[in-house]
Design a protein around this ligand. Structure first.
Ligand SMILES: C[S@@+](CC[C@H](N)C(=O)[O-])C[C@H]1O[C@@H](n2cnc3c(N)ncnc32)[C@H](O)[C@@H]1O
Length: 348
């Protein structure tokens, strides 16, 4: 067929870039430069104290490396792999001869992180990604024939990728389905929990999980109600406490979201189980570091480490909690509530 006889190819329609009001995109979907890994945009976002979407900035990295002291040939377990920010720093210190087992319960982000770490050159002989709740640490170790780890890290809570993606339903700022499950394939979303819960149970949950001072007023306004979106819940919380100023109102919304997230993901019972399994999961002389983000978590870690020290499982524990420097808090405001504690398993 000559060229003239070829059917005319329709022109490719010009795709418009997303439009957003103002100088910088605010909506998750509009941040196409960050999603696309544009280096200049990402550097600008980080310099402004923010976290580029689809990433997570690891917290207290130097302090964690100092506490864990990973050595060549050692075995490390990152119980909360997330974006792999800490894992990426620990891995080179284990080489040659060592390996890192990365656990995470999130089936959405784990494959992306595995691919990212592989692209940095960490193959299956040095890095294993395993989808698991860290409460199943003994089973995860057994599945890899690991009798004990030299180094264990847990960086509790949710990652920036999870918070920033409105579809995951953690976001106070951006509207999305009221879900909040780190593993969306298990359990019930926050919307289902709120619909079924009794006011007195919700009141205790808000008080116990986020020290909410207005729990008694909020619980009857929220329990048994049907909220399908994060914005709908946020509006109902504000409406239940109309006399609060904007800052207090914002803080209340955050506390209610935190309490719901802890409940939906059964976070305290997973942490208690991990703390119970830690001494047996560590080799003699092994080190563990745990990063917490609110008092309910820190109290548990502090108590478990102190008990372990008293009964001889741990030979040494951090005397004081380690916090981000003013500089880190300024450059990454999400680090502000972080508290680090560590323990060393006794040699005998
Ligand atoms: C704060 S992020 C970790 C970030 C990571 N340290 C980094 O530098 O990228 C917490 C991660 O732990 C996971 N996670 C939270 N609780 C978990 C649990 N009980 N079992 C397994 N993974 C959990 C979350 O899905 C999330 O990916």
């Amino acid at each position: 067929m000559s060229e003239e006889n070829l059917p005319a190819v329709p022109p490719v329609p010009h795709k418009r870039r997303p439009r957003y009001g103002g100088k910088n995109p605010r909506r998750f979907e509009d941040k196409y430069k960050e999603h696309g890994g544009d280096a200049a945009t990402i550097a600008k976002v980080i310099a402004s104290g923010k976290t580029p979407v689809g990433t997570h900035r690891p917290i207290l990295v130097a302090e964690i490396l100092a506490a864990l002291a990973p050595q060549p040939g050692e075995i490390a377990v990152d119980c909360t792999l997330g974006y792999g920010g800490h894992a990426q720093e620990i891995l080179p210190k284990l080489l040659p001869g060592g390996k890192l087992l990365g656990l995470d319960q999130d089936p959405v982000e784990l494959p992306k992180t595995e691919a990212r770490l592989r692209s940095l050159g960490f193959d299956e002989s040095v890095f294993i990604a395993h989808r698991s709740n860290f409460a199943g640490l003994p089973q995860a170790l057994a599945a890899q024939d690991i009798a004990g780890a030299d180094v264990i890290l847990a960086d509790l809570g949710v990652s920036s990728m999870q918070i920033d993606d409105p579809v995951r339903g953690f976001s106070v700022k951006h509207d999305g389905p009221l879900d909040m499950r780190m593993n969306p394939q298990r359990g019930q979303p926050a919307s289902g929990l709120l619909q079924k819960i009794k006011p007195d149970v919700l009141a205790s949950m808000l008080a116990d999980f986020s020290d909410e001072p207005n729990a008694a007023t909020l619980a009857p306004a929220l329990a048994g109600k049907s909220f399908t979106t994060t914005r709908g819940l946020g509006d109902a919380i504000r409406a239940a406490l109309p006399r609060l100023g904007k800052d207090d109102s914002d803080l209340t919304v955050r506390r209610v979201f935190q309490a719901l997230r802890i409940a939906v993901n059964d976070e305290f019972s997973a942490l208690d189980t991990l703390l119970r399994h830690l001494p047996a999961g560590l080799k003699p002389g092994g080190r563990v570091a745990i990063l917490t983000f609110h008092s309910g978590e820190d109290r548990r870690v502090k108590k478990a480490f102190a008990e372990g020290r008293r009964n001889g499982f741990y030979s040494e524990i951090s005397e004081e909690v380690i916090r981000p420097t003013a500089e880190e808090r300024h450059s990454n405001p999400r680090s502000a509530p972080a508290k680090l504690r560590w323990a060393r398993r006794a040699k005998l």
